[in-house]
Structure formats: C-alpha cells, structure tokens
Design a binder for this molecule. Sequence first.
Ligand SMILES: C[S@@+](CC[C@H](N)C(=O)[O-])C[C@H]1O[C@@H](n2cnc3c(N)ncnc32)[C@H](O)[C@@H]1O
Length: 245
Amino acid sequence: MDGASGGVGVAGGAVQGPGRPWVSLKSCEAALARQAVPRRLFKYWLQRYCLFSRYDEGVQMDSEGWYSATPEVVAAHQARACRGDLIVDAFTGVGGNAIQFAAAGASVLAFDLSPSRIELARRNAEVYGVAGRIDFICGDFFSAGRGVRADVVFLSPPWGGPSYAGMECVDVGNGRGPLAEMVGRAVRAARKMTDGRGTVVLFLPKNTNLIGLRGMAGHREDVRVEVIVVNGAVKALTVYLEPRR
Ligand SMILES: C[S@@+](CC[C@H](N)C(=O)[O-])C[C@H]1O[C@@H](n2cnc3c(N)ncnc32)[C@H](O)[C@@H]1O
C-alpha cells in the first residue's frame, strides 16, 4: 500500500461538558426524558459533547445520528486533511462532517437519503453558524450527485449499525456484502466527480481489512490510511485515495 501512514491520535473530546466533571444518574434520566432520547441510546448520549461540543446550543439528533455521527474532534481533523474549495459529503447524516468541512472554509454539497435527517443536519449547521456554506440535498448520492464536480468527495457510508464492531474483520475490497458493494459503487461515483484529479476519502470501521483496501486503489493512485485514536481507543479508519502527483 503506497504511502500508508501510521496512527493518528486525536486528542480531546470531553465526555461531559466544560464545568461538568460528573453528573448523577437521576439527572441523566431526567435529561434523557426531557430531550426524548430513548434509554437504549444512553451510552451515545453520554458522549454528546464529544459528538457535538455545542450540543447544548440546540443540536438535534435521531437514533441513527446518535450512533453514526463522526465525533467532532475526528471530523475537524478530517476537514484539515481534506484540501479543496468544494467538498462533497455523500452521506451527510446529521452533519458531523459537513459542519467541520464548512468550518474549515470549504463550500460543501451534502447529500442524504433521509428528509428528516438532512433537516437535522441543516439545523445543526445553523447552530455552528456554517449553514450558509453548505447546500443540503435530500436524495440518493448515486443519482442526485450525477454530473457534480468537486475537489474532494468524502464517503461516510452506513456501516450497518453497531453490529459491525462484533465482526472479526470487515472486508470492503471484495465487493461482497452491503457495505463492500456500497463502498465500491461510491468510490467509482466519487472518482467521476473529481475527474480522477481529486481526493476520495472513506470513513470505515476500525476492523476493516487493510490488505483488502489495497485493491481499491486505481492506477496512479496512492492509498493512505489513518488510524483514528480518540482518548487511547481505536475508533475508525480514514482512507485517502489520492492521485499520484
Ligand atoms: C454513517 S451515516 C453518516 C454520518 C455522518 N458522517 C455524520 O457525521 O453525521 C450515513 C448516512 O448515509 C445516508 N445514506 C445511506 N444511503 C445513502 C445514499 N444512497 N445517498 C445518500 N445518503 C445515503 C443515511 O441516511 C445516513 O444518514
């Protein structure tokens, strides 16, 4: 794998907000009920400031958003690593990545299939004061994105829910299974969007088979892999497919 890089430690990501070193279970339960967050999402809610540091200013989530939003410190790191005036966020969810791309100064085209979730992403971008830099498109990235040209395409596809973590190894390079199939299609669509001249970025489970990733690189393309470590724990991989200069 050309240009494979080592681990990237991303520091920070307070579990409780500033000035809140601990909270009682009773007050957590009251807050969950007030914010209509189901009990099963408690462990994600405990990490709310890690996902969005401005959570208390009106950030809104749905169930999928709770377990799939990219932690803010990771999204900010990815945004710094993605240089480009126009970035496509193909699977925007509740906006964790799109917000950080816009905050870093890029214009963003954000796609999501879910009308309600893209609305949450728009509101969350307003909380961060960056909604003006993001065009939110409710639709299928594969069809709605046809004809779009961009400098960078960021792909954060659904991993299939929290069950991925129990799998020994996730293979995205072989085209078999829903994630591999979607990743293969998305990478092909993304390459068209960048005319083969820009970077295609994949955000993948930490147990992705690295050897299998080698096959994803096209001719004249390097694959760079960052291991995302937050507070000492491996969280995910960011894979950069970059044209060789
Ligand atoms: C893992 S989440 C993205 C999380 C996002 N990076 C964040 O930080 O909030 C994946 C999203 O992709 C959306 N999605 C799935 N298939 C799609 C498609 N074909 N086109 C656009 N969005 C799609 C889902 O609705 C879901 O919101």
